[in-house]
Design a binder for this molecule. Structure first.
Ligand SMILES: NC(=O)CC[C@H](N)C(=O)O
Length: 412
């Protein structure tokens, strides 16, 4: 049965008013009073914004909301992210291609956006779903309000939606496809039909986010943000080939800060070309979508394995798992946030980590000799692998931590 979510509590109406006055606080029964204000003002100019968007989930639930980004109709998988900060890094993480990110932190937009926190050249996600949009921005680095940024980048955003209720639904029932629309001419049935006929599983989303040709990367973490100032700035440099499956810039910045010379290559770059360069190591980046839908990348990894040291992050870890003979599977609702506890089984140390993935490697499918080095303490899933005989290491989470805690950026 379709459920309707009405977003009319008093605080939200005042929050979204863009006029110099706000509705007078009612003295009794505030919800009822404001609800009737919203409902009775059917015609003419309204000094407050009313719902102008619908999020229709594939389970038939319909969530009315207010739009603050681009207009249109967009389909995607809804995932919830539990990070308290870092929405700009999340918006520009290419691994979110094909997904709506719902922030469980109810208050978003207060720091606007800035020039420094971009994790890629654009936003690839399907849209942003938040509870409350900050009415003002206040940060010394802010150059733009979040809503203007989303409009400019043609990304849909909605607020005044019950993000807690949607999160509980996703946690209970598993991930859901949704359609977000500001188009009144589309019926609920039509939107539901779109959400029920689209599927994110089995699609190659990497080819839409990877770079087109090789490039050299030189930017380091800026001195003011460096949390492990290099002890030996004149020390050895390593040449690393970075496969761009949707690479986050902070992975590259961290490698540069550790004195690596970095050649970034597209996802389809042949293993033979990589080996010709004779790099000291290869890094396989994060990236969006289903890791079992890109067999060509698994083949590339197989052809590199054993010839140079390989390190994988997130999608890179999943590709390594497959190249070593293992299988990946889709999790119930995945891990997305900056507060996931992970145990490093080699040291016993617990790291609070930044995560963003919906798939995982099934350790039972891995051949002998492959070691599970890290586990996610929330659900025991595999969070890191090593295969010492082939000089392979990988992590399911994001040691570059942008956004997120820095526990996993080991001071080597
Ligand atoms: N951050 C990533 O690399 C995501 C990996 C993969 N697309 C997943 O959702 O599991």
């Amino acid at each position: 049965m379709a459920t309707k979510a009405f977003s009319v509590p008093f605080a939200d109406v005042t929050n979204s008013v863009s006029f110099p006055f706000a509705p007078k606080p009612p003295t009794a029964s505030p919800r009822h009073c404001v609800f009737s204000l919203t409902c009775s003002a059917g015609k003419g100019e309204r000094p407050w914004k009313t719902s102008d968007a619908r999020l229709v989930l594939q389970d038939g639930s319909i969530w009315n909301a207010k739009s603050f980004g681009a207009s249109g109709t967009q389909v995607g998988e809804v995932v919830f992210n539990t990070s308290l900060t870092g929405y700009q890094e999340i918006l520009t993480d290419p691994s979110y291609a094909g997904q709506f990110v719902l922030m469980t932190n109810p208050h978003i937009g207060n720091t606007g956006v800035n020039f420094d926190d971009e994790e890629s050249r654009r936003c690839f996600l399907s849209g942003l779903v938040i509870r409350s949009l900050s009415i003002s921005t206040s940060n010394w680095r802010c150059v733009k309000a979040l809503g203007d940024y989303l409009v400019e980048r043609n990304i849909m955003g909605i607020y005044d939606v019950d993000t807690r209720a949607i999160t509980r639904r996703l946690r209970q029932d598993g991930s859901l496809i949704g359609v977000l629309s500001t188009d009144n001419s589309k019926t609920e049935q039509e939107l539901l039909q779109i959400s029920q006929s689209w599927n994110i599983v089995g699609i190659d989303l990497i080819s839409g986010v990877s770079c087109m040709s090789p490039l050299e990367w030189i930017d380091k973490t800026e001195d003011e943000w460096e949390f492990h100032p290099n002890k030996d700035p004149a020390g050895e440099t390593f040449h690393v080939v970075a496969y761009d499956f949707g690479i986050k810039h902070n992975i590259l910045r961290r490698l540069a800060s550790y004195r690596c010379k970095i050649t970034v290559v597209p996802s389809t770059w042949p293993a033979s070309e990589t080996l010709k360069i004779k790099p000291d190591g290869v890094i396989l980046s994060n990236g969006p979508g289903d890791p079992s839908a890109i067999p060509y990348a698994v083949e590339t990894v197989k052809n590199i394995l054993g010839k140079v040291p390989v390190f994988g992050i997130c999608m890179g870890h999943q590709l390594l798992g497959q190249a070593l003979g293992g299988k990946t599977f889709k999790m119930k609702f995945g891990h997305h946030g900056g507060n996931h506890p992970v145990r490093n089984l080699r040291t016993g140390r617990v790291e609070i980590s930044a995560q963003n993935h919906n798939y995982a490697v099934d350790p039972a499918t891995l051949p002998k000799g492959v070691e599970v080095t890290h586990i996610n303490l929330n659900d025991g899933s595999c969070a890191g692998l090593a295969f010492p005989s082939q000089r392979v290491l990988s992590l399911q989470y994001h040691p570059e931590a942008s956004p997120g805690p820095h526990d996993s950026d080991y001071d080597v």
